[in-house]
Ligand binder design. Structure first.
Ligand code: HEM
Length: 246
């Protein structure tokens, strides 16, 4: 049985060897602290997103999306924390259920009433709508794989799902980069050309999730490659008669 000191050392090592766990949590908190306040009073006039007057469901669905998206981001951070997964599998299972049923599925469904009507035109509308549909499908695939006890597939789908959840955070960076490229005057407070501004928003919408998904695929591919290399070494050692730990 492991002592408290061994467990503590293991948890410190787990954080140190996964240097993204802490920064991810910090980035999430910063994002939420900056993004949520205008929506906390449920006052449509404080929304940073323009509310179409002819769509009564738009604001309630946007607010639902934002609050339940918050649940998805917070539980998403917990889900990708290897130490928690290994040490407290029951917490991982429960926070996973909250991620799926209290976060992604209702937040993704709600945003389907918002995304197709974005104010910046077809590139933004199609980019966000496709993202919402993929977010739902990928998360359902991950949940089904867990129910079938296909844990390798479960992990892979959930890495993709969390990558899509965090596309909203990436978007905050991409929008600044795209404005700097397309219409730098927008960053200095000057009024930009509306069509160029819409172009920048459209491109940043797509980059936010496509790049995250590509990084997730690269990460998964690297894991598979390492696993195969490790399997090859173990096989070679077995054939040479050398014990695995030697
Ligand atoms: C991954 C799937 C997601 C999709 C498809 C999506 C889509 C959208 C859309 C269409 C809007 C309306 C504004 C616009 O037209 O651009 C919006 C706004 C917003 N979303 Fe999401 N979102 C997603 C995930 C999240 C998550 C996980 C959060 C976490 C809290 C979040 C927080 C927000 C916030 C705070 C706004 C208001 C925008 C602002 O105040 O700048 N979204 N989202």
């Amino acid at each position: 049985m492991s002592s408290p000191l061994t467990r503590r050392t293991a948890s410190v090592r787990s954080v140190l060897t996964r240097p993204w766990v802490g920064p991810l949590a910090v980035v999430t908190v910063v994002f939420l602290v900056l993004s949520l306040p205008p929506y906390l009073g449920l006052d449509p006039s404080r929304s940073r997103v323009a509310i179409p007057e002819d769509r009564p469901l738009y604001y309630p669905m946007l607010a639902t999306h934002i609050f339940l998206g918050t649940v998805a981001l917070v539980t998403g951070c917990l889900q990708v924390w290897p130490w928690l997964r290994r040490r407290h599998p029951a917490v991982h299972r429960w926070s996973g259920r909250v991620y799926v049923f209290g976060g992604v599925l209702p937040a993704g469904a709600a945003v389907l009433f918002v995304a197709p009507f974005g104010e910046f035109g077809p590139a933004q509308q199609t980019g966000n709508t496709l993202l919402a549909v993929l977010w739902l499908l990928v998360t359902v695939a991950g949940y089904r794989a867990a129910r079938r006890r296909q844990f390798v597939a479960h992990r892979e789908w959930m890495v993709r799902s969390v990558a899509l959840s965090f596309s909203i955070v990436a978007n905050r960076l991409w929008i600044v980069a795209c404005l700097a490229v397309f219409t730098p005057e927008a960053l200095t407070g000057a009024t930009p050309d509306p069509a160029t501004f819409a172009q920048a928003v459209g491109v940043s919408t797509w980059l936010s999730w496509v790049v995250n998904l590509l990084v997730a695929e690269w990460w998964l591919q690297r894991g598979r490659f390492r696993e195969r290399a490790r399997g090859g070494t173990v096989r070679a050692r077995r054939e040479a008669g050398t014990p695995a730990g030697a």
